[in-house]
Design a protein around this ligand. Structure first.
Ligand code: AMP
Ligand code: MG
Length: 289
């Protein structure tokens, strides 16, 4: 497999010195045809379905895909399109919303840990523990509600959370969980356009809430939080992909190819049959005959 031209430009494996402004939300890596992108995506979806079968058959590795983005960046649509060929039995999507009071009674990695994919499976986190360094950082009142012992809440808390997340992801990767993280980077201008469409089109009304429009006012604080998050948590074993999100057709293509590259790198194939198993199969054939 030769590397995809749509993956590498957006993959950050070392966070140090990372700057969001080096990445353009409307980039398409020189690809200008939506039809071409959709055709490539169709091929990608087929390939992904084969790779997922192999992942499942092997039952050793698991794949954790994390999606983070501002509202209307297209997380849901990307998940829907990219995973459309994958056997639902081998895949679980979990959306993390405002934490419940039970969840707030636990450490911040508790609720996501419970939903990690089993070996052989793909787990998709639509939002994740990274919200703990994003929305919670932008809104200090959310941190205040977390019932942390006061002496533990210091100015170092974000740095500590990054360190804890890095340790956790290192631990998971040493246990065979492959982690790939996607930040769908939307421009503020395109977000406004999509919000207006949600107001104008009756079928899209349900997606809109006043809170979404209010969150927009915190845009610069969110961008600063995203940048700092990527600087501290992009690693070789758990990279961030900063995916341009102003063109949905391009976002989907980049995500699909990044997942394919990841699974390809495992050189999975189907499990090899050993001598004992070969005998068992021969016996089974005799029984059937
Ligand atoms: P949505 O994904 O649009 O349905 O919205 C889910 C909401 O839950 C978003 O506004 C998130 O910011 C919020 N959320 C997710 N995780 C957390 C968290 N750990 N603490 C506070 N809010 C969160
Ligand atoms: Mg929302």
């Amino acid at each position: 497999m030769k590397p995809s031209p749509f993956v590498k430009p957006y993959c950050v494996t070392a966070g140090k010195g990372f700057r969001l402004k080096d990445f353009a939300p409307d980039d398409t890596a020189g690809l200008h045809s939506k039809e071409k992108a959709e055709e490539l995506l169709r091929h990608g979806v087929t390939r992904l379905s084969e790779l997922q079968e192999e992942l499942y058959a092997q039952g050793r590795w698991s794949l954790l895909l994390i999606f983070q983005a501002m509202d209307a960046a297209g997380k849901d649509g990307t998940i829907k399109h990219v995973m459309s060929g994958v056997n639902p039995q081998g895949c679980e999507v979990v959306s993390f919303k405002v934490p419940s009071s039970q969840e707030l009674d636990h450490d911040f990695l508790w609720r996501t840990t419970r939903r990690l994919p089993e070996r052989g499976r793909i787990g998709i986190f639509n939002r994740s523990y990274y919200e703990e360094t994003l929305v919670v950082r932008v809104h200090p009142e959310l941190l205040a509600r977390q019932k942390l012992p006061p002496p533990l809440v210091t100015k170092d808390i974000w740095k500590e959370r990054f360190a804890d997340i890095n340790a956790f992801e290192r631990y998971l990767s040493r246990n065979g969980v492959l982690i790939r993280k996607f930040f769908l980077q939307l421009s503020r201008k395109e977000q406004k356009k999509r919000f207006l469409a949600r107001l104008d089109v009756p079928e899209k009304n349900w997606k809109f809430s006043l809170a979404d429009a209010q969150e927009r006012q915190h845009w610069p604080a969110y961008m600063a939080a995203y940048e700092d998050m990527i600087r501290h948590t992009a690693t070789e074993h758990a990279p961030w992909y900063v995916v341009p999100a102003d063109h949905k057709w391009f976002t989907r293509l980049v995500v699909a190819e990044a997942i394919i590259e990841t699974l390809d790198s495992l050189r999975l194939g189907y499990p090899k049959v050993d001598e004992a198993k070969r005998k068992e199969l021969a016996a089974a054939r005799r029984t059937l005959d």
